[in-house]
Design a protein around this ligand. Structure first.
Ligand code: ZN
Length: 298
């Protein structure tokens, strides 16, 4: 295990990173939560529980962290929240869309256990919020901004006056694979991801100082959203172009077409290690499938 604290915005915002260390992992991933004026955004993974407890205790518990908002139900974001509630009585908030996913908790597959902890997502009573979230001192007021696609419930929060946004997993570092395949609860819809990013870009028009905090990435600006929008547009165009070519060349079977497109789009082809380890939950094939499901003229 490892932890790291990263300050942003002159120390007004702290990112708390946590990662697992295991011999089974050849590719390390960290999960994050962000703290701004007593508001914690997300709560890291179930495996981070003990470390997060130490960190919150050191800060002063509920005196320091007065509330926690979850951007979506995934375990690497909601995992620490049952402990925050139980040990510190910190209220946990989320969009009404997120609440039902967490009321019973859930189990997840082996590879997610190696990254995010063995015990699965414990149930947690989350309080639904619709209106603005005001931070402890009253300095920041965040409105909820739905950004579905990565998960159906994903909700970003934005303080337009101070030009700060927390978007969870609504933006990824690079689009080279998606969740999906045999796991309907983790399915990512690339057209929705794209539309959500376009909406965020549009409503933040003119906010030249906007700072966007992205889980698994860190701090980015509006140019980064523009870059991702372009990246997805190119992937979309290419997937359809290659599909057309393959059909013209006599390819009929969809699984074969997907496989060939993956080979054409990425020099190294499919991420076999990832695909096998995740039992198909993560793959380039999933990304191509969701790109093709999205009509070109839309
Ligand atoms: Zn997620």
């Amino acid at each position: 295990m490892g932890t790291r604290i990263i300050p942003y915005n002159n120390g007004e915002i702290l990112e708390w990173r946590w990662w697992a260390e295991s011999k089974l992992i050849s590719f390390q991933l960290f999960a994050s939560c962000f703290l701004i004026d007593g508001l914690l955004i997300d709560s890291n993974a179930p495996g981070s529980e003990m470390d997060l407890q130490k960190y919150v205790k050191k800060l002063g518990g509920k005196n320091h962290i007065s509330s926690c908002f979850l951007t979506h139900f995934h375990e690497d974001h909601a995992g620490g929240s049952p402990m925050l509630k139980k040990e510190f009585d910190i209220p946990i908030y989320a969009s009404p869309l997120t609440v039902p996913y967490l009321s019973k908790g859930y189990k997840y597959r082996f590879y997610r256990k190696t990254y995010w902890g063995r015990h699965g997502q414990k149930p947690i009573d989350v309080e639904p919020v619709d209106g603005p979230i005001i931070t402890k001192s009253g300095k920041y007021s965040f409105e909820l901004f739905p950004m579905p696609g990565h998960s159906p419930d994903l909700t970003a929060i934005i303080d337009k006056k101070n030009q700060i946004a927390f978007v969870g997993d609504a933006i990824m570092h690079k689009y080279g694979y998606t969740f999906g395949g045999s796991s309907p609860d983790l399915y990512e819809d690339i057209s929705q991801i794209y539309n959500s990013q376009k909406s965020l870009y549009k409503i933040t028009d003119g906010m030249d100082d906007l700072k966007i905090y992205v889980a698994h990435v860190g701090e980015v600006n509006r140019d980064f959203i523009a870059e991702k929008i372009k990246e997805i547009e190119n992937l979309h165009k290419n997937a359809h172009k290659f599909q057309k070519e393959l059909i013209n060349n006599g390819y009929k079977k969809q699984s074969k077409i997907l496989k060939e497109i993956v080979k054409k789009m990425w020099r190294k082809g499919e991420l076999l290690q990832f695909k096998i380890l995740s039992m198909g939950e993560i793959s380039r094939t999933n990304l191509v499938a969701t790109l093709l499901k999205w009509p070109l003229d839309n």
